[in-house]
Structure formats: C-alpha cells, structure tokens
Ligand binder design. Sequence first.
Ligand code: 13P
Length: 250
Amino acid sequence: MQKKIVAGNWKMNTTFQEGEALVKAIIAGKNETPDDVLLIVAPPFTHLCCLTEPLREAGIGVAAQNCASEEKGAYTGEVSAKMLASIGVEYCIIGHSERREYYGETGEILLKKVQQSLSAGLRPIFCVGEVLAEREANRHFEVVGQQLDEVILKLTPADFAKTIIAYEPVWAIGTGKTASSEQAQEIHAHIRKVLVGKFGGAANDTAILYGGSCKPSNAKELFAQPDVAGGLIGGASLVADDFIAIAKAG
Ligand code: 13P
C-alpha cells in the first residue's frame, strides 16, 4: 500500500514571518496525522532556505512551486532545480494551471522543467487539468491526455517512476467548487490508464493527487477513491488546522 500524500501549495502567500509561524503550527499538528500520510509543504522560494531544515527534521517533505527550464546561466530572476536541491528541497510542482495560464508555460517548457528537476534529483509533482469550457464540452479526457503526452509520456521509465501527478481541474481551483468523488475517480482512473499504456504495471504505483477546493469536509471522500492518492491543497494549506485535518482524512 502506497503512502497517501497531502501537499500544501502556498502559492504567493505569507511573509517569511507568517510562513515560519505556519510551519511551526504544521509541525506541531503533524503528530495527529496518520503515519501512512506523507505531508509535503511548498512555500515560496524566499522561505525555502530557512524552512527546509525544520520541515525535513519533522519528517515533512519540502517542495518548490516552480523551477527554471534551464540548468544555469544568464536567466535573471530564475531559480534552478539544482539550487533548490542544494538546500534540501525534494519536490518541485511543475505545470500548475496558474503557471500555464499567467506565464505562458507550454508543454515544451514544462518538459524541460521536469527534466531539469529530475536531473537535479528533485521529484516533480506534475499538474494537469482542464478548464470549465473543456469539461462542459466533454473534452477533459482528451485535454489531460494531451498534457500527459507532451511531458510525462516522454520521460524514461526510471524518471517516470520518480514523478507524482496532480489532477487539478481549473474550474475547481480556488472556486469552492470541488470535483465530486465520482468525477475525480473517473479521471484519475483515465490518467492511470494512459500511464499504464505507456509505462506498464509501474504506473499502478504512481501517486495521482487531486487538487481544487479540497478541504477538511470533502477530503475523506475524495481520498477514499481507489485512484486518488491524496491531495494538492491550496487555500486550506494556509490554515494549519485545516491542513492537518485534511491529512487526517488520508
Ligand atoms: P485551492 O485548494 O485553493 O482550490 O487550490 C488548489 C491548487 O491550486 C493547489 O495547487
């Protein structure tokens, strides 16, 4: 049985001091969470250097929210996967819909980011998901299939084995609208089918997380679905009690 994963994506929230206090509260609450739930926290870049050590000492995984598509060099303002790995970061969220939509990150760019992460020793948490119009046109399987095809299906089996997938329907992110557990299971099973089609039985062990208005009240039902390995949590991960309550549902 794979460990469930509950990962908090803080996005562009918290000052360093607020982030430090939030980490303290999450660490304090961790002993209430089941042993078979892996907690991961993804604070902003500015916080990572100071917060990675206490988080890892507490047995909590640390993720970055993004990394550069290039290895190093004259790319002002960018942060490389190698830099992140050098301070103990273990995971990197890549392909979040906010990066795709607001920063024009295409499949080609995302493949480079995933490859940079993997070669630096970071495990990518690769996000896929359709917008509302695509769901309404019944194109969600096709859209998610293409997002996987552009990036994940191009990986070697060894790299694929290190990758975590997060299905985040864009219409559910920050809207309070959650996919029903049936909708989540249906598309998670589809994602798994696509992955098994390419990588065979190894894909049965791939963690596929659900993200989008996941909260203490709906986490249990979502996480109980056979192909839902946990959650990628936005808003609720900024409130330690809620984040811990979601982890308890794992
Ligand atoms: P919310 O939980 O705020 O809907 O955000 C989900 C998300 O985008 C996590 O990456």
